[in-house]
Design a protein around this ligand. Structure first.
Ligand SMILES: [Zn+2]
Ligand SMILES: [Zn+2]
Length: 258
C-alpha cells in the first residue's frame, strides 16, 4: 500500500509541476532575469539528486514510523475514537501548524538557517524554486515528520494525502503565475498564494522573516507574522549574496562555509 501511495504522490508531483510550468509561461507575474532552461535544468538536477538520496530516510525513518504507530495505535489520533474524516481533518490541521513552526525555526535558529538559506539564495521565483532545497534540510525535515507521526498518530493514507497536498501547494505558491488582485485577495484569506509567498522571498528582512505558512494563511495571522511587502520589494528577491544562485558544489557546500 505504501508503495502504491508513494507512486501516486510522484505522479501528482510531476503532473502538477508541469501544469504550473505551463500556466506561468502564459500568465507570468515577473519577467525572468535568468534563462528558464538553466533554472529548470539546475533545480531539476537538485530535485533528482535529492529524490534519490531521500529514499534512504523515507525507507528507514518515515515508513517504519508510520507502520509502528499505526500497528500499535500510538499517538493522539490513533488512540482516539474519532471517525476517519475527523482524524483526516485534524491531522492536516496539526501538520500544517507544525510545519508553520518548522519553517519559522528554519529562519530563526542559525544552524537550520544555514541549510534553509540555500532555498532563499534563488534571486527569482518560479515553480522550479519549489525543487530547490538543500538535502540537509530535507533530512532534518523527515526527522521532524517522524516526531509528528509519533505524537499525532497519523493514519498512513492521510499522511501521504498531506504530502500530495503540501507539494501541490508548494509548487503553486512558488510559481510565477499572475492572479488578479481581487482573486488573490480572496484566495489568500485561506491559502498561501504566489504573491503571499513572494513576500517571504524578498531580500528585505522584515517580510522575509515573516509569512511562514505553507498551506493555510491563518497561522501567520494567529502568530502575528503576516507582513505584506511593496511591489518594488517583491521584485528584488533572494539574499544579499547574489553570486551563489547556481553551481551545484557551491550550493551543497553553502551551509558549511558561512
Ligand atoms: Zn523560508
Ligand atoms: Zn519558498
Amino acid at each position: 500500500m505504501i508503495e502504491l501511495l508513494t507512486n501516486l504522490k510522484l505522479i501528482f508531483f510531476v503532473m502538477f509541476f508541469f501544469l504550473m510550468l505551463i500556466i506561468e509561461s502564459y500568465y507570468p507575474e515577473r519577467k525572468w532575469s535568468s534563462g528558464r532552461i538553466i533554472r529548470l535544468g539546475f533545480h531539476g538536477l537538485i530535485a533528482l539528486i535529492n529524490t534519490l538520496i531521500m529514499r534512504v530516510p523515507t525507507l528507514f525513518l518515515v515508513v517504519p514510523a508510520l507502520l509502528i504507530t499505526n500497528e500499535n495505535k500510538y499517538g493522539l489520533l490513533n488512540s482516539s475514537e474519532y471517525n476517519f474524516m475527523t482524524k483526516a481533518l485534524l491531522s492536516l490541521l496539526l501538520l500544517d501548524l507544525a510545519f508553520y513552526w518548522w519553517h519559522r525555526i528554519n529562519h530563526t535558529v542559525g544552524f537550520f538557517w544555514r541549510f534553509h538559506s540555500v532555498h532563499h539564495l534563488d534571486t527569482h521565483l518560479d515553480v522550479t524554486t519549489s525543487l530547490r532545497f538543500h538535502i540537509g534540510e530535507l533530512i532534518f525535515s523527515s526527522m521532524f515528520k517522524v516526531i509528528l507521526i509519533f505524537i499525532i498518530g497519523i493514519p498512513i493514507s492521510i499522511f501521504i494525502f498531506y504530502e500530495i497536498i503540501l507539494s501541490a501547494c508548494n509548487q503553486f505558491h512558488h510559481s510565477n503565475i499572475r492572479l488578479s488582485e481581487k482573486f488573490n485577495l480572496v484566495l489568500e484569506k485561506f491559502i498561501v498564494t504566489p504573491k503571499y509567498h513572494t513576500n517571504h522571498h524578498t531580500v528585505k528582512k522584515a517580510s522575509r522573516e515573516a509569512n511562514y505558512s505553507s498551506i493555510l494563511t491563518i497561522w501567520d495571522k494567529i502568530f502575528f507574522t503576516y507582513i505584506d511587502a511593496t511591489k518594488t520589494e517583491r521584485e528584488y528577491l533572494g539574499l544579499d549574496d547574489r553570486d551563489k544562485e547556481f553551481g551545484l558544489i557551491n550550493n551543497i557546500k553553502h551551509p558549511f562555509i558561512q
